[in-house]
Design a protein around this ligand. Structure first.
Ligand code: PDD
Length: 295
């Protein structure tokens, strides 16, 4: 068993209080997340066996749950302990921890929320090993994005597991020979399928302001803080695809990509088509700073 874990053959996951081999972790067919996407999630990256921005992810989890009338399944320090234990049990050096909390399995299908007193939440955590996450070669090439209409629901600030449309967006990008899609609503970019979107013009960083139109990225908050500390200028406002195509550079941020340069938008190369200096510098600063603060 131990040997298997070390070679990555059997992963240990967390389910409702137990640490189990992944094949033994089973959830009911009546789980509200399975039937109704009634659940929220977080993705926390792990570098050098340590958690990046754990407090930010825990705070956003609490907020997502609250917006959906759900309680935190346990105190934040207990959640941290589970994250750390999974890192330890799976000897995770570089990768992510996925966490999901659902409204549980009431034993039937009903639109009405079950009584939390009788239907306990489902709590799942698992690791995803991604060696080379920080040293991702894509960061040296930059990624290419297409635009698609943003037809998601209106509460994108809640990190729910309804990811069908973002998933379709990634497939549309792949089909177009690109890496990802930026979502556009009323002519303005909201965010990427699973990341926040930025452009850089004349040294100014432009990214959409926070509202229920986008997810409040934990990486976004950190990157903007580091950019301010480095005296970079920031404008929090929406931008169009045309403005992005005329920008000097662009990038995305998320817990799994950190700061990732974007070199092409809907077929238009930005600058010389290679990662720009602002994105490259921000990636360096971000990785350096968050590693120092990792827990
Ligand atoms: N996605 N916007 C959307 C729609 C996202 O799904 C994400 C994260 C972000 C960036 O948030 P953060 O910086 O907190 O990761 C923005 C995660 C990584 C995912 O779904 O895998």
């Amino acid at each position: 068993m131990n040997e298997e874990m070390e070679t990555g053959m059997t992963r240990t996951v967390y389910l409702n209080g137990d640490y189990l081999p992944e094949e033994e972790a089973k959830v009911s067919i009546f789980d509200r997340a399975f039937l109704m996407a009634d659940g929220v999630y977080e993705v926390t990256s792990v570098l050098g066996g340590k958690l990046i921005d754990f407090d930010g992810h825990a705070a956003r989890l609490e907020r997502s749950l609250k917006e959906l009338d759900m309680e935190m399944p346990m105190p934040v320090d207990a959640l941290l302990e589970i994250h750390r234990e999974l890192v330890r049990l799976n000897a995770l050096d570089e990768g992510m921890i996925y966490l999901q909390v659902t409204r549980g399995a009431p034993g039937d299908r009903d639109f009405v929320f079950p009584d939390p007193e009788t239907t306990p939440q489902t709590v799942v955590l698992f690791t995803q090993s991604k060696p080379g996450l920080a040293d991702n070669p894509a960061a040296k090439r930059g990624i290419r994005v297409i635009s698609i209409p943003d037809i998601r629901w209106g509460r994108r600030d809640i990190k729910t597991v309804q990811l069908l449309y973002p998933s379709m967006g990634k497939m549309a990008a792949k089909k177009a020979g690109c890496d990802d899609a930026w979502l556009v609503e009323d002519g303005l970019v909201t965010e990427g399928t699973s990341n926040n979107a930025y452009i850089v013009k004349g040294g100014r960083i432009i990214t959409r302001n926070l509202s229920s139109d986008i997810l409040h990225g934990i990486t976004r908050a950190a990157v903007l803080r580091f950019a301010r500390e480095a005296q970079m200028e920031i404008e929090e406002r929406p931008f169009t695809i045309e403005e992005a195509q005329g920008a000097d550079e662009a990038f995305i941020t998320s817990a799994s990509t950190f700061v990732m340069p974007v070199v092409e938008v809907d077929g238009a190369k930005l600058g010389d088509g290679t990662p720009g200096p602002v994105a490259t510098r921000l990636r360096e600063i971000y990785l350096e700073e968050v590693k120092k603060a990792a827990v």
